[in-house]
Design a protein around this ligand. Structure first.
Ligand SMILES: [Zn+2]
Length: 277
């Protein structure tokens, strides 16, 4: 899922208790977490959420220290730089989830670098998700570069929200890939012929870097290029969703590679599954 439909779910009060915000870079993930938290806690009528300037929205911010702003129902667990995020820090943080909201309709807990959670800390989270709570909505937002950085048990209990390709991708390689990919996409959009989907998969494969089955790089590059395609102005909303879905699938490529499946087959499978109308 991408951010827009997730914000709609938040507005209508239907958001999953636990969401993984992954992809893009740290700044984008943090901005998305703020937008979601504000939507969940904003004091204005539903259609106006997040208003950005009510008593709740203004205090939901990352620079608490600088601005002196603080919202008791918006809590953030930052990385413990000495080790990975320790189970003690996670437990202290989760203790807040056992009390009723102080001011807002619900509570939002953000783990800023969820990829650093130890297995023990992740289990403390799972336990907290299962515990009965006070009845007011309680949300966990887990931020990570990729959802696959998190334990499968945590992933299976959370809604994964993909925010697009990251800036860590090699910019030159991305630029080189953009043109042939754009041409292959043009070809398919014009013909609507599923045979032309092979050309799209072929261009992604030709970018190379597939030797190491465990390497995430070629998949991240492909995902970033496809995310770029999803921003084209000539796509319908449905097409945009399909390309974004494809980008998300591409990030799961390494899981299939380590099971011995060839990159060409994986790429063709993903492309057909998402784009074949
Ligand atoms: Zn507001």
């Amino acid at each position: 899922m991408s951010l827009e439909p997730t914000l709609r779910l938040a507005r209508s009060g239907e958001l999953y208790p636990s969401c993984i915000l992954h992809g893009a870079d740290d700044a984008v993930r943090r901005a998305a977490a703020l937008a979601l938290a504000r939507t969940l806690l904003c004091g204005r009528p539903v259609a106006e959420r997040p208003c950005g300037d009510c008593n709740h929205c203004r205090r939901i911010t990352w620079d608490e220290a600088a601005g002196g702003l603080f919202h008791p129902d918006f809590q953030v667990l930052e990385r413990d730089l000495r080790t990975s995020t320790s189970v003690d820090a996670a437990r202290t943080f989760l203790r807040g989830a056992q009390v009723t909201p102080f001011e807002a309709r619900g509570q939002v807990f953000v783990v800023a670098t969820a990829e650093s959670l130890t297995a023990e800390a992740a289990n403390a989270f799972l336990k907290s998700l299962e515990e009965p709570h006070t009845g007011s909505p309680r949300h966990f937002l887990l931020l990570a570069p990729s959802q696959f950085d998190l334990l499968p048990t945590l992933r299976s209990r959370s809604l994964a929200v993909y925010l697009g390709g990251g800036e860590s991708t090699d910019a030159a390689a991305l630029e080189e890939l953009a043109e042939p990919l754009g041409e292959a996409v043009d070809g398919y959009l014009k013909s609507g012929n599923r045979m032309d989907l092979f050309a799209i998969a072929g261009v992604l494969q030709a970018a190379g870097g597939w030797q190491d089955p465990r390497s995430r790089r070629p998949w991240e590059l492909a995902a970033a290029a496809v995310t770029g395609v999803s921003r084209r102005g000539d796509l319908s909303a449905d097409q945009r969703r399909r390309f974004l879905g494809l980008a998300e699938d591409l990030l799961t490529g390494p899981d299939m590679r380590v099971r011995g499946i060839q990159p060409q087959r994986i790429l063709e499978g993903f492309v057909h599954a998402r784009l074949d109308a």
